[in-house]
Design a protein around this ligand. Structure first.
Ligand code: NI
Length: 194
């Protein structure tokens, strides 16, 4: 059975670390499975290694079937999966176009911005959980997800991508909530160290 892992919150230093390339794939299929389970449980579209305390260059993502709002309530997210992705050592080899859109993050629960700039289309080279080389060409929503997750591997959070005045505004508007998360992240780390 896959395990649901604790998701690291804003304020946890692992979220600001540059993740290390994966060279030993022995634990990776298991980690990927647990990350997918954790993402479904949290209702997310993507989750990167650092978000579960693993500073490794891996992320998972999923596309879900759209349902009418009243059905969305009843159907568990796992039952709506159209496609899942496990990407290890990903890198963008081509990008074009500009798009501004909405993003949130499982490490910043409840916080969103509608103004996050990304490339509209990207080509990604990566390895699957067994180390096999793969290529993905994505645009629009999926391209946004993979860019957001790739940023996590560099210690970058979505609000860092906002133009400076909007970034400042985001931090000011959410100051209390961010401080609360930082406090919770610290408490989690204290507990972990015991
Ligand atoms: Ni995120």
């Amino acid at each position: 059975m896959a395990e649901v892992l604790p998701i690291r919150l804003y304020g946890d230093p692992v979220l600001r670390k540059k993740a290390r390339p994966v060279t030993d794939f022995s634990g990776i299929p298991r980690l990927a499975e647990n990350m997918l389970e954790t993402m479904f449980e949290a209702g997310g579209v993507g989750l990167a290694g650092p978000q579960v305390g693993e500073a490794k260059r891996i992320f998972v993502a999923a596309l879900y079937q759209d349902l009418p709002e009243e059905e969305e309530e009843r159907v568990p997210l796992k039952k709506r999966v159209k496609e899942t992705f496990v990407m290890v050592n990903p890198r963008i080899t081509f990008a074009e176009g500009e798009a501004v859109g909405t993003e949130g993050c499982l490490s910043l629960p409840g916080l969103y911005s509608d103004d996050v700039p990304r490339k509209f289309r990207v080509r990604l080279e990566y390895q699957d959980e067994y180390g096999n080389p793969k290529v993905l060409e994505a645009e629009d929503y999926l391209a946004r997800i993979v860019q957001h997750e790739l940023d996590h591997l560099e210690g970058i959070l979505f609000f860092d991508r906002l133009p400076p005045p909007l970034r400042k505004q985001f931090l000011e508007e959410n100051r209390a909530e961010l401080a609360r998360m930082q406090k919770e992240a610290k408490a989690f780390l204290r507990e972990l160290a015991r």
